[in-house]
Design a protein around this ligand. Structure first.
Ligand code: UGA
Length: 433
């Protein structure tokens, strides 16, 4: 099928290459000409495992192309996806300016029937808005349908998530466009739910909000565990063994960050409030998340008797492993707090040192974890990169001044850490000294 995708962020680009890999004819569109040039040369503008390879393959086979022209996309495609960003506005409500701008361009350029699919995360009712914008150009209703098709891929595992989706959600007002999209997505088998547009739009917010609730619940339990001497990893493992609950997203740590969960939880709170509901469960979820990072920093400060003048190695800067994304990273919150309080921070991240240096030139950046840990008063694990799980703890302890390891992501086993001569502080376990 001939498919156009407007917006080449994580969602647009990954969806594009995966559909192209499945032999659909894909034309991606972006108004950032530099990005278009890069992608045309096979260089993805984001770090995502495996993406460069499949981009190069699909460019070479001719099933993937890129342009900056929405007019060209409207002429070419049977289905056009809108996958542009919806950053949070001042009050937390998602800013749909870019979605509306694309709808205007589509409205100006529709000549024959096309299915317009909103993949961007948008507030309930945005599908109606897109429809009205297109109609405002005098486009007859028989010439288009607007469908909601939220995306659930995760950064770091985006290709795999897209190739093997848990579910396909389609929000439609008529069955015909649903049939066209079910055919398009036949190549990516998954259970599907065809519902109305507003329900579909809300499913995305509800999903990300519920994931945040799960993590904040595990983090709240971690605080209880630290007080009562239980072990949060074991507790949540036991809880997750209940088939009604499931083990996913119950990993306690420094809290949730990234470009989606924080934005979508705030968006859900704001949107519910606009509709007249005070979502106090989600407000508490946000507060627990903020406290989780602050509490970790307090523990570190307490152990070091203040961080002023102390040397701290911060391992991991991205909001989670296998991405170069620093947006709303818990690690950066820790970095900022340590610097504000007079610590000398040497950070190391497998992929994001350079990007972090631009944001925080006042910190030092090391070439590897051992260089970061040299003469340190403490090492902090802020992101669970595999590279850190394989650290030689004895070698790490040897180069440190004070042998103190703070683990914000529960990646080590206490016995191994202590055998290396390190004092171990981990989320969700009482301090043992
Ligand atoms: C999230 C959702 O998981 C995707 O389904 C969704 O498509 C995406 O947002 C989006 O809306 O675009 P993502 O932001 O890539 O994906 O990251 P997650 O894997 O959800 O992780 C979010 C944060 O939660 C990270 O900071 C991670 O470290 C943290 N987390 C996750 C935990 O602290 N514990 C867990 O058990 C799981």
């Amino acid at each position: 099928m001939k498919v156009a995708i407007v917006g080449t962020g994580y969602v647009g680009l990954v969806t594009g290459v995966v559909l192209a890999e499945k032999e659909h004819d894909v034309l991606c569109v972006d108004n950032d000409l530099e990005k278009v040039e890069k992608i045309r040369k096979g260089i993805p503008p984001i770090y995502e495992p495996g993406l460069e390879e499949v981009l190069k393959q699909t460019l070479a086979s001719g099933t993937f192309r890129i342009t900056s022209s929405i007019a060209e996309a409207c002429e070419f495609a049977e289905v056009i996806f809108i996958a542009v960003g919806t950053p949070p506005g001042d009050d937390g409500t998602p800013d749909t300016t870019a979605v509306k701008a694309v709808a205007h361009e589509i409205g100006k350029n529709i000549k024959r029937y096309i299915v317009v699919v909103v993949k961007s995360t948008v507030p309930v009712g945005t599908g109606d808005l897109v429809e009205n914008i297109i109609e405002s150009y005098g486009v007859r209703h028989e010439l288009f349908d607007v469908v909601s098709n939220p995306e659930f891929l995760r950064e770091g595992t985006a290709l795999d998530d897209t190739r093997h989706p848990d579910r396909l959600i389609l929000g439609v007002e008529r069955q015909e466009p649903a049939d066209i999209l079910l055919k398009l997505f036949e190549c990516l088998p998954s259970p599907s739910l065809v519902t109305n547009r507003r329900s579909s739009e809300l499913i995305k917010y509800a999903s990300n909000s519920f994931l945040a609730v799960k993590i904040s619940f595990a983090n709240a339990m971690s605080r209880v565990c630290e007080l009562c001497g239980a072990n949060v990893a074991e507790v949540m493992k036991g809880v997750g063994m209940d088939a009604r609950i499931g083990p996913a997203f119950l990993q306690a740590g420094l809290g949730w960050g990234g470009s989606c969960l924080p934005k979508d939880v705030q968006g859900m709170i704001a949107v519910a409030c606009n509709w007249g509901y005070d979502f106090d469960l989600l407000r508490a979820t946000v507060v627990i998340n903020q406290h989780q990072t602050a509490h970790f920093i307090n523990r570190l400060q307490k152990r070091l008797h203040g961080v002023n003048g102390k040397k701290i190695a911060l391992l991991g800067l991205t909001f989670k492993p296998n991405t170069d994304d620093l947006r709303d990273s818990r690690s950066l919150i820790i970095l900022e707090s340590l610097l504000r309080n007079g610590a000398q921070v040497t950070a190391y991240d497998p992929v994001a040192n350079e990007a972090a240096k631009k944001l925080h030139p006042e910190a030092k950046y090391a070439k590897n974890p051992y260089e970061a840990a040299k003469d340190a008063d403490a090492v902090v694990i802020a992101t669970e990169w595999n590279e850190f799980k394989e650290l030689d703890l004895k070698k790490l302890a040897d180069v440190m001044k004070q042998k103190i390891l703070f683990d914000g992501r529960l990646i080590f086993n206490r016995k191994d850490v202590e055998a290396a001569g390190l004092e171990y502080f981990v989320v969700g376990e009482r301090n043992v000294r």
